[in-house]
Design a protein around this ligand. Structure first.
Ligand SMILES: C[S@@+](CC[C@H](N)C(=O)[O-])C[C@H]1O[C@@H](n2cnc3c(N)ncnc32)[C@H](O)[C@@H]1O
Length: 235
């Protein structure tokens, strides 16, 4: 064989783990969970993961992005626990790192698909839920990928304790109106809704997320609704 011929790369097909991928199992292994590990704790998040008393609330955030709301919520509610769902490795690690750097001990994050929440949590195991600016999937063929939809909400309803809420914010007016029709097919009650959060009284207690900041700069109104699971809901 000629010495000058380029050598075959024997390692080129081996996936290269980036820092963010390996950090889930190593550096942040105590706080970040991959799909296999997350499912082991269904029904056991309070007792085995957070090691808190059975009455401590556990909130969920779907699609944490870079984690500004995630860390804000964990830090400003030290007596509640928070579990984030995020599919992308980099924002997942950014989210948990931000919370931990702030000193939060009550936050965990899962690399988990929102639609599979019922595989990681048991009925009545969770409290409030935050869904901020989920991907809008604007083309009708892609509506099936939308997180906020009838099937997902009905699953979530089973997982939540009574009097817990779901907060949904989006810049996409068409997604929001479509979602209201989906919500109407579920047992949730709408506590409030507005097509322009920042011109409404709900602005006062609103935390502006990273994506929200971008949309506000562009002058795009933010749609929001809050749903509640109350005993008067028809199941
Ligand atoms: C548009 S960003 C919004 C991030 C953040 N909530 C904010 O308001 O700044 C949506 C995030 O949801 C994540 N995501 C999309 N689909 C998801 C799914 N099915 N389950 C969990 N996370 C998802 C994306 O990776 C992305 O980080």
């Amino acid at each position: 064989m000629s010495e000058n011929r380029p050598r075959l790369s024997l390692t080129r097909t081996i996936p290269k783990p980036t820092y963010y991928i390996s950090a889930i199992d190593h550096e942040y292994g105590k706080y970040a969970f991959n799909e296999e590990r997350a499912a082991l704790f269904k029904g056991l998040w309070r007792s085995d993961v957070f090691k808190v008393n059975p009455l401590t609330p556990i909130d969920l955030e779907f699609g944490t992005g870079n984690g500004y709301h995630f860390s804000h919520h964990a830090l400003s509610n030290p007596h509640r626990c928070l579990v984030g769902f995020e599919l992308k490795y980099k924002p997942l690690i950014q989210s948990i790192r931000r919370a931990l750097h702030g000193g939060a001990q009550n936050a965990r994050i899962l690399r988990y698909h929102a639609h599979n929440a019922d595989l990681a949590f048991a009925p009545n195991e969770i409290n409030n839920v935050y869904i901020h600016f989920p991907d809008p999937w604007e083309r009708p063929k892609k509506f099936k990928n939308r997180i906020v939809c009838e099937t997902f909400l009905k699953r979530l309803f089973e997982l939540q304790q009574w009097d817990s809420f779901v907060e949904f914010k989006t810049d996409s007016r068409s997604y929001f109106l479509w979602a209201l029709d989906e919500i109407a097919k579920t047992p949730y009650k709408i506590v409030y809704q507005t097509l322009d959060l920042h011109q409404s009284p709900y602005k006062e207690n609103n935390f502006v997320t990273a994506f929200e900041k971008i949309f506000l700069k562009k002058g795009i109104p933010i749609n929001v609704c809050r749903l509640v699971k109350t005993k008067t809901c028809k199941t």
